[in-house]
Design a protein. Structure first.
Length: 259
């Protein structure tokens, strides 16, 4: 197949365009989160975090679309197909896959335990009975809140998967591909880890307000709190990665030959 020689691309940096697109996505996400978080007496944070993550994903996607490789001299290259897994960061991806699995399992379990709230709205509360007393507390991350979170995760996964495939097969140098793949994975990771923070903190808050949860509630809290901490640290790290368009700030001549 043929590919473009990065060394012949114009020297003008596209970093400002890339950075502007990413930061615009983050700004839109912050605005969306600010508008959604106060809804439903503060429970809107369960919508706000995925919405912010989707905007971050959109910003990275737009940045990639706006910074396509420049046209240069055409040369031949190997016929070996490029694979997405060759460009994604393995450790970060593995961690994010584990967190994504934890998020899905937690939402399914919380949805199975959820009950209607005081107004009869399904999937919004947790109800427990002990010693002849019934307790009901909300918000609880049941399917009322969980389905939008799962929807945002599905949408982000589809968009990021398409972006990774596009980056892996497009002309350019390997360093640029790896850096842009890192940004896409980080944007997806922000959706995953940010959503997991919201879900775990909400669940912990509801369990802490109950006295009928007993040993199962204590055990669940012991699992949820470390998970929330790991997710919070991961969300901060992925957010910093999205804010740093490293590929556009480097010389293309350092990227090596295209494959």
């Amino acid at each position: 197949m043929t590919d473009l020689d990065p060394a012949t691309a114009p020297a003008a940096s596209r970093g400002p365009v890339d950075r502007f697109a990413r930061w615009t996505g983050l700004a839109a996400g912050a605005l969306a989160a600010a508008l959604l978080a106060p809804l439903d007496h503060g429970a809107g944070v369960l919508y706000a975090i995925p919405a912010a993550g989707l905007c971050a994903v959109g910003g990275v996607l737009v940045a990639d679309l706006l910074t396509a490789p420049s046209r240069g001299a055409v040369r031949t290259a190997g016929l070996a197909p490029r694979r997405i897994r060759a460009y994604v960061p393995p450790r970060m991806t593995a961690l994010l896959l584990v967190l994504a699995l934890a998020l899905v399992l937690l939402l399914v379990l919380a949805g199975a335990l959820a009950t209607p709230d005081d107004l009869g709205r399904a999937g919004r509360a947790l109800t427990l009975t002990c010693h002849g007393t019934t307790e009901r507390h909300s918000p609880w991350p049941g399917f009322f809140y969980g389905l939008p979170v799962l929807g945002s995760l599905t949408a982000a996964t589809a968009v990021c998967g398409w972006s990774l495939r596009r980056i892996a097969t497009r002309p350019g140098d390997d360093r640029s591909r790896r850096d842009r793949s890192l940004a896409v994975v980080a944007a997806w990771g922000f959706v995953v880890s940010g959503s997991l923070v919201g879900v775990t903190v909400t669940a912990c808050g509801t369990l802490a307000a109950m006295t009928c949860d007993g040993t199962p509630g204590t055990a669940a809290t012991a699992v949820l709190l470390p998970l929330a901490l790991v997710s919070l640290v991961t969300a901060g790290g992925t957010l910093l990665t999205v804010c740093s368009p490293r590929a556009t700030g480097r010389s293309r001549a350092e990227g090596g030959e295209s494959r």
